[in-house]
Design a protein around this ligand. Structure first.
Ligand SMILES: NC(=O)c1ccc[n+]([C@@H]2O[C@H](COP(=O)([O-])OP(=O)(O)OC[C@H]3O[C@@H](n4cnc5c(N)ncnc54)[C@H](O)[C@@H]3O)[C@@H](O)[C@H]2O)c1
Length: 434
């Protein structure tokens, strides 16, 4: 099949290269010339484990190419995937669909022959109808179907998620589109991926429902952690005990600093707004959004209290800035709210992250970035673990205790056992473990 991927960010690039690896011919398009030039030089503009090798091998085998020329990429394609951003719209929190609609207009102008246009971006219910309307208005003569195929990959494990998905949701009632989409995913047949065909609106809603449910699970255990602290219980054991129940499951039950990233915050908010518009308010998701917002900044309070209630003039060292491990994505990372609140309270902040410092620099202009955890800790008044990178799981604790001005550790990811840290003389605070 010939596939055009519009938008070569996390989702577009990973989906594009995986489709190419299935044996399809894929052209990845982006309107950002610097991004495409980098890709043409063989440089990968994002950090995602395994992506560089997979891109290189598919480019070498002439199945994957990159361009800024949407028209040429789309003209011969059997399927055109839209994977552009759908960020929160400033001011009202609705999903900003302007990139989607602009792409739809450009695609309509360029298609030749029957083409399936597929929204892979996360879009609110009804966006597919609008894409179809825009395309019809732009090119009344064109032959096409608009399908929805929301993406469920996780950054940090994106290639494996894409190649071994739990399910592939496809929203279309057009028989020809169904055939094309089955062909696109046919190479996955060996892995028996459940292709789940539904109508387009249902597909659009499945994505938001799934993300909001996962965000609810995270927020639930975060609030449970607060209660554990008050009553002297251990949230990790509570989560384990809950997760052993198959109806609940153990995933997404890790208490921490609140969810962040490029999806949960904007998707929960957009779903809340959609539901309000349709007079069917989702009060649970509304609560999740509010609780999570407060939690991120609340983490700074925890750090301040671990430092004796005042951080003015003190130096706080943060380990980890990305919203989770194995990504350089800084979008809505809890570290942003934490840094702002600490700086508001008069602290000097230093930080180290294995991959995200480049992305963090422009967002955190007053933070001093350090090359490794030890440079970061040297002379600081407290060390805070913000992201659960593997590299932070086996720190040389006696060395850290010695180089900190006072051996204080705040572990917002519970990656250490309290006794293991305290035996080196640390004052140790974690989440939901009295
Ligand atoms: N990042 C994730 O983990 C993830 C997972 C599932 C779904 N999603 C959804 O996928 C969509 C894309 O997310 P992302 O993280 O890949 O975004 P991104 O910001 O990393 O990438 C989007 C890219 O699209 C390009 N673009 C915008 N308009 C364009 C146009 N008209 N023509 C060509 N290129 C254009 C931008 O330059 C950018 O490079 C969003 O709707 C997101 O919610 C993301």
């Amino acid at each position: 099949m010939k596939i055009a991927m519009i938008g070569s960010g996390y989702v577009g690039l990973v989906s594009g290269v995986c489709f190419a690896d299935f044996g399809h011919h894929v052209v990845c398009v982006d309107k950002d010339p610097a991004r495409i030039e980098a890709l043409l030089r063989g440089e990968i503009p994002i950090f995602e484990p395994g992506l560089d090798e997979l891109v290189a091998s598919n480019v070498q085998q002439h199945r994957l190419s990159f361009t800024t020329d949407l028209q040429e990429a789309v003209a011969d394609a059997d399927a055109v995937f839209i994977a552009v951003g759908t960020p929160s719209r400033r001011g009202d929190g609705f999903a900003d669909l302007s990139y989607i609609y602009a792409a739809a207009r450009d695609i309509a102008k360029a298609i030749k022959g029957y083409t399936v246009v597929v929204t892979k971006s996360t879009v609110p219910v009804g966006a597919g109808d609008e894409v179809e309307r825009i395309m019809r208005e732009t090119r009344p003569d064109a032959e096409f179907a608009v399908a929805s195929n929301p993406e469920f990959l996780r950054e940090g494990a994106a290639i494996d998620d894409f190649k071994r998905p739990d399910r592939i949701v496809i929203g279309t009632t057009d028989p020809r589109a169904r055939e094309v989409m089955s062909e696109v995913y046919r190479p996955l047949n060996l892995n028996q991926p459940p292709l789940f065909f539904v109508d387009r609106r249902t597909a659009e809603l499945i994505k938001y429902a799934a993300n909001s449910f996962l965000a609810t699970k995270v927020t639930f255990i975060n609030e449970m952690a607060d209660l554990c602290e008050k009553v002297g219980a251990n949230v990790q054991d509570v989560a384990r005990g809950m997760g052993m129940d198959n109806r609940i499951g153990s995933k997404f039950l890790h208490a921490g600093p609140g969810y962040g990233g490029s999806c949960f915050p904007k998707d929960t908010l957009a779903l809340v707004k959609t539901a309000q518009d349709y007079d069917a308010p989702l009060r649970i998701v509304e609560a999740v959004v509010a609780v999570n917002d407060q939690r991120k900044r609340g983490m700074a309070k925890r750090i301040i209290s671990a430092c004796g209630g005042n951080v003015r003039g003190k130096t706080i060292a943060l380990l980890g800035l990305a919203f989770k491990l194995n990504t350089d994505d800084m979008r809505d990372a809890p570290s942003i709210a934490i840094v702002t609140a600490l700086e508001d309270a008069g602290a000097k902040v230093r930080a180290h992250d294995p991959k995200a410092m480049e992305q963090a620099r422009p967002i955190m202009p007053n933070v001093k970035f350090c090359q490794d955890p030890y440079e970061c800790a040297d002379g600081a008044d407290a060390l805070v673990i913000v992201t659960e990178w593997d590299a932070f799981r086996a720190l040389d604790l006696p060395r850290i205790a010695k180089i900190l001005a006072s051996p204080t550790m705040i572990d917002l990811r519970n990656i250490y056992r309290p006794a293991d840290v305290r035996k080196h003389g640390f004052a140790y605070t974690s989440i939901g473990r009295a």
